[in-house]
Design a protein around this ligand. Structure first.
Ligand code: SF4
Length: 89
């Protein structure tokens, strides 16, 4: 899928990473491996959010499992901004 300049991303989903977690290179690698739709990338400065992929989120909770509690929030913009909670564990 091509991405046009100025195209809006994250219409349905937003992902937030706390500032401490964002700078964690090890966590960045874990998140990059965990997310099946490549919303996270491990960059030089730590966790990067691939905004073009945000709306591909399948709410699998794997990023929540990979990160310390509260470090990553998956926000359901389509659901009034409710945060995805861990359900399966
Ligand atoms: S819930 Fe799953 S698909 Fe969505 S950002 Fe987290 S790991 Fe990626």
């Amino acid at each position: 899928m091509s991405v046009e300049p100025g195209e809006k991303h994250g219409i349905f989903i937003d992902v937030e990473v706390s500032p401490e977690a964002r700078a964690d290179a090890e966590l960045a690698k874990r998140l990059e491996e965990a997310c099946p739709v490549d919303i996270f990338a491990a960059g030089d400065a730590g966790v990067e959010i691939v905004r073009a992929n945000l709306d591909e989120c399948v709410l699998c909770e794997l990023c929540l499992d990979a990160a310390p509690a509260g470090a990553v929030r998956v926000v359901k913009l389509y659901d009034g901004g409710a945060a995805l909670e861990r359900h399966s564990r």
